[in-house]
Design a protein around this ligand. Sequence first.
Ligand code: ZN
Length: 366
Amino acid sequence: MNNYFIILASGQSKRFNSKKPKQFITYRNKALFEHSLDKAISSKLFKKIIIVVMNKNLIKKKYGKNVIIIKGGKERSDSSLIALKYIKKFKPNNVLIHDAARPNFSIDLLSKLITSLKKNKASIPVINSKDSIKYKVKNQLFNLNRNNSFLTQTPQAFRFKDLYDLSRKQKNNITDEATMFIENNLKIKFISGENLNNKITFKEDIKDKKTYFGIGFDIHRLIKNKKLYLGGIKIPFHSGLKGHSDGDVIIHSVIDSILGAMRKKDIGSLFPDNINKFKNIRSTKMLKPVVELLNKNDFYINNLDINLICEQPKVSKFRNKIIKSLSSLLHLDKELINLKGKTVEKLGLIGKEKAIACEVICSISK
Ligand code: ZN
């Protein structure tokens, strides 16, 4: 196991538009380059890990004696060569070169790359382009055949000696080490890259998912001569729920939980009681503008957990139907909706079958 891992973190990241160098910004609660560092350490595949930076003062933490921080050069290829020259004294067999701006590779990829070096001098992860690519020659546009074009990623793995010899001869700036092998007609083994292993290039790339929670509660009296609606479906019962609308406590609580998570007040501000056009409205109709509001604000629901509080009817009889109904109304996978029934030991209005209550917790993200 004479493998070395080089993390290039000295780029100027001109496209990133931030005062702090991109490699040092906080991404998922740590510095961007630390994601690559931590995976390399956890893999236990490397004798030493070299981090190449423009300014060594940017790194304040200590990472142990096998993590070495060195100052890079002007261009990427300069930094890479400085790191290779530095590790030469350790007589490495293999070296992996990685851009700090790709934090999301898997440890599995590291072992695949190293295994591949047993039979190959260079092993490079590639993926197919998701978009179709055009190129321009003298004002004429051509299509690049997507099946024959690849996007190269890092880490890129090499037998040290081959890469070192090539790098020393290399005169022009190159965007990655694979380019050198290609320009010198040397064989490269391409292995499957990872779609998640994107390069963080623009600020938008690090916009992390934000999650919010909302709570909803509702209670309606049961009265004779009214139909009972729960979760958007009609349920055979001796009474129905009194209210301005059809009194569907499940849907009303769901609405309030979603509005709460979006921080958009409550059901009453969307559907005031004193406006006649909402009289006897089906609650399923009230859900529509709420779902639209979710979509307009780029939110999606992670899950709903519902407690229906009543003595009768028994939830177990209608659970699947209610979940199916909510799933269609919200365009949400059934697996993400949970419905529990809760009785109240015959206590109070609910215990005497004079009311039904419901509470919901909803989680949304964007
Ligand atoms: Zn209500």
